[in-house]
Write a protein of this length. Structure first.
Length: 168
């Protein structure tokens, strides 16, 4: 099937990219060496295997992160003519609310792709055996936690920026 893949956020050191399908467990790329500029401007792939529901976009350069894009959460426009059907799917990585918690005696590190900057962020929680609870808004499937951190997905979020104004 033909899918238009557009990355709205990509780190400065990301790319080129390989594209994978969930149909084979993301083991064999259906496209390789796709440039960041192509994905940012909208990359049309005719090689997406039929019945794919998730595309994994994997950076293969200095940055080796990935993002999973769920096709069920996208907008599909179908145009039909007498003998041809064209389907265009616009993909945008989802920002999701995540709740992170731990009761570890030791500090636990968590990293994720920030929805505003597209950059990898790191935070620590826990320590001292008290319950630690943090909420973040991160790109879907970008949160990396240790085994002692519990991760709960709580739906879509809208990234926001905070501006502080000081009056003199």
């Amino acid at each position: 099937m033909t899918v238009l893949i557009t990355l709205t956020l990509a780190g400065s050191d990301s790319g080129p990219f390989n594209l994978y399908s969930n149909l084979d467990g993301f083991t064999t790329p259906f496209e390789t060496g796709v440039s960041k500029s192509s994905l940012e401007s909208g990359y049309s792939s005719i090689s997406v295997p039929d019945y794919t529901t998730t595309i994994r976009v994997v950076s293969t350069g200095d940055c080796v992160n990935f993002v999973n894009i769920v096709l069920e959460n996208t907008t599909t426009t179908t145009t039909s003519t007498s003998s041809t059907t064209t389907t265009t799917t616009t993909l945008t990585p989802l920002c999701l609310n995540y709740t992170l918690s731990t009761i570890s005696q030791f500090k636990q590190n968590v990293s994720y792709l920030d929805c505003i900057t597209g950059e990898r962020e790191s935070i620590s929680l826990g320590g001292g055996g008290v319950v630690s609870l943090i909420n973040i808004c991160a790109l879907q499937a970008s949160v990396i936690v240790s085994t002692e951190v519990f991760l709960e997905e709580a739906g879509e979020c809208t990234p926001t920026t905070t501006t502080t104004t000081t009056l003199l």
